[in-house]
Design a protein around this ligand. Sequence first.
Ligand code: IP8
Length: 224
Amino acid sequence: GSKLGYVYRVLKLGGSLITNKNVPFSFNEELVTNVVNVIKNFKVILVHGGGSFGHYEASLSKENTQTRTVIAMQELNLKILKIFNKENIPVFPLPGRYFTINQVLEILQNNLIPIIYGDILPNGNIISGDDITLTIAKHFHTEALFATDVEGIIINNTAVSLLKSLDDFREIRTSQFDVTGGIREKLRKIFQYKVNSLIFDGRNPTNIYYALSGKRIGTFVEAE
Ligand code: IP8
């Protein structure tokens, strides 16, 4: 809930969902278009990760990492903004380096959907979209919805429907290298922030609809 009079859902589109993680700068335009058409029926605060844009640039140890990473993330964000605009849905970008709850509220008060994204700071530190998502969910007293490219948290080759602690942590499979630590780090943060979260497969847009509708699909992480 919020003072704005609406119940907002906080949804993060994982970078490995909206890009092809194996191919630098590859954007899943069709998937994002389908997701946007689901999102438009809800009051959503949207966050997205870096995928093969931001993570690719940040993981290379060349010069000008900050500049290249900012460019990559702004390019990815721009592609997403353009899809919303094409569908006539008013949005407003918020780079992670400028993220505050007040900025999010200002965007919402103007009837725009905030599109916030993982970012890099002048000192080279990475701001993960996961932290942003959990901070917003905590503020709005709502669940953090993480749309990923996996079914959920995989333990012993099965997606578990409920996770209540980090006890099985060693068993958790991480699918890819990621400068912000992938699924393990995501889980550690969920328990640190104590925000109930849903980690689910966003490759099927119907799952995005289910998650936004409050249905428990994928893995529900009970962290409160
Ligand atoms: O994919 C990281 O955001 P994340 C963004 O949400 C960069 O962890 C710049 C790699």
